[in-house]
Write a protein that binds this ligand. Structure first.
Ligand code: FE2
Length: 230
């Protein structure tokens, strides 16, 4: 690298920052500005111009990164939702409590809608929803499947299934919350609205599971509460 005072501190620091951050495409752009060329040599004014160009590029890079995070998060959710579509019928089948079965069946219908909303967003973005496997969801579903294979009291197994389902819901709530925030930052109003609608349904499902956990794991406590309310 040329000395820092040659073209001004900003340009040299830009070299350092892109090199350290691994943004090699930006580094290539900087290399296009030949430090030995007559146009740039010894001209502080030229250096300032280039530094300004670099600063502008850095701004664009930030926005590009946010877009990449947004699309990557959406693809992760698309994979997660499709995995869940296949898992929910088994979870409903494995549940003993009729209320828990019903909750899973209802969420299966909601999940179909979640997939459709994501497809709508991808269509608006002109991007493909495919290309990523959500490994976190894969593992969470595996955990749930392991519980379904266990022997035990129906209420205990239901409690285990609820815990697995709530872990899934919490993962989705955090994921939808983050992509909704990215959509807002990128002024994607319609996608943000669709993502919020799904987020509301995920939160509602989590609340239903909370209530079922109370009644299945500790039915006496619920009976006492109901009696006290009478
Ligand atoms: Fe969902």
């Amino acid at each position: 690298m040329r000395c820092k005072t040659f073209l001004g501190v900003s340009l040299c620091e830009s070299y350092d920052s892109v090199r350290l951050s691994g943004r090699f495409s930006e580094l290539r752009d900087l290399r296009e500005v030949d430090l030995r060329s007559p146009q740039t040599r010894c001209y502080k004014k030229g250096g300032r111009k280039i530094a300004g160009k670099v600063a502008k590029r850095k701004g664009n890079m930030k926005l590009k990164t946010l877009e990449q995070l947004y699309i990557s998060g959406l693809r992760d959710l698309y994979s997660a939702e499709n995995q869940l579509l296949k898992a929910l019928p088994n979870m409903a089948k494995g549940a003993s409590s009729p209320e828990l079965k019903e909750a899973f069946e209802k969420h299966l219908e909601q999940t179909k809608g979640h997939v459709e909303r994501l497809e709508e967003i991808f269509e608006q973005l002109g991007e493909s929803p495919k290309g990523k496997t959500c490994r976190a969801m894969k593992r969470l579903i595996e955990e749930g499947s392991e519980i379904l294979k266990e022997d035990g009291e129906d209420s205990d197994l239901d409690a285990g299934i609820i815990v697995a389902a709530q872990k899934i819901e919490h993962y989705e709530i955090v994921s939808y919350g983050s992509v909704r925030a990215f959509a807002n930052l990128l002024n994607q109003e319609e996608p943000a609205r669709l993502l919020q609608a799904t987020l509301d349904e995920e939160s509602e499902t989590n609340e239903i599971l909370n209530g079922l956990a109370e009644s299945i794991v500790n039915p006496e406590a619920v009976s006492e509460t109901e009696l006290a309310a009478c």
